[in-house]
Design a protein. Structure first.
Length: 311
């Protein structure tokens, strides 16, 4: 779950944990993987973004100009890469803005120690073996988890389900890995990079038991609506990666975005609404401080629950 509100607002020493598990299991793919769905227009995940929803998107380099490579916080390869996909895949309109927030010493320590076992970079060059990565558990993809507190709560409440948590926010990645270690949560893996590339290039068809998108960036300005994650093209891709019966769960406290989500999800022919409109708040979605800040401002939180139909 994203530790952000959909409103544009600001947002330890590691204990001993179970033995580290084997690193991510992948197999190389050809440049154009069989079964890969066409790429959608808007790119992937919201990430943890208090305070940047009203910022203008970063200016893109002129066509044909060299794009400067971002600097990695972990140049020795012991942590998440700054731009894991590099130039392997085309650039699209993105629904997220990577933020170079300060990484605390504890977060950096967790990343250096745990990333090789529990983290993976989304480079788009290999197919992930989810059965091996999660010891045969069904796997839910969570796009945008913020600082990871809610993700850790859901993992603790349902240890038989694997959570592939995708984000670009380095402090949040380190925080979630630290939470997983301290609480003995072996069912979390952290993916760094663009969730569209993850879905399109690295996940097999019908391999996911669910999708969670909680409080994504609403991109409230009209000229930025094209950057919202929940769009028809995104659903056309993600539904190919969902197994029959998989649950799609979205939540937002931004009313216009909730209306768009309901319209777009309802129009997807492979999904069926579990309710006649918005869903009641499910018990398994933890309450977060950012959600509380939105409620304090008079916002209404909307949950949407849709089920993948049989093929």
């Amino acid at each position: 779950m994203s530790e952000n509100s959909a409103t544009p607002e600001p947002g330890s020493a590691a204990q001993h944990a179970p033995a580290a598990e084997p690193g991510p299991a992948t197999e190389p793919l050809p440049a154009s993987a069989p079964g890969s769905a066409p790429g959608p227009g808007p790119s992937a995940h919201p990430g943890e973004r208090p305070g940047h929803a009203d910022e203008a998107p970063a200016a893109s380099a002129p066509q044909g100009a060299a794009r400067p490579a971002p600097k990695s916080m972990f140049p020795d390869g012991t942590g998440p890469a700054a731009d894991p996909a590099g130039s392997h895949h085309e650039r699209r309109i993105r629904s997220f803005q990577p933020r170079r927030s300060r990484v605390s010493p504890g977060q950096a320590d967790a990343l250096r120690r745990l990333w090789p076992q529990w983290g993976l970079d989304i480079d788009g060059l290999s197919r992930i073996d989810l059965d091996q990565l999660f010891d045969g558990r069904p796997v839910v993809l969570e796009i945008g988890f913020g600082m990871g507190e809610a993700t850790a709560q859901m993992a603790a409440a349902d240890p038989d389900t694997g959570i592939l948590a995708c984000d670009v926010h380095t402090p949040g990645q380190g925080n979630l890995l630290g939470l997983a270690e301290r609480n003995g949560l072996s069912n979390i893996r952290v993916a760094n990079g663009d969730a569209i590339i993850l879905l399109r290039e690295m996940l097999a068809p019908a391999s996911l038991a669910g999708l969670r998108v909680y409080f994504p960036d609403p991109w409230p300005k009209k000229r930025h609506h094209k950057r919202r994650l929940i769009q028809p093209e995104f659903l056309s891709l993600v539904t190919t990666r969902l197994a029959p019966g998989a649950l799609v769960h979205c939540a937002t406290d931004w009313e216009p975005y909730a209306e768009q989500m309901l319209e777009v999800l309802s129009a997807e022919p492979t999904l069926a609404n579990e309710y006649s409109g918005y869903a009641p708040r499910p018990d398994f979605r933890p309450f977060t401080k950012f959600e509380g800040q939105g409620l304090d401002k008079g916002h209404v939180v909307h949950d949407l629950l849709f089920r993948r139909l049989p093929a």
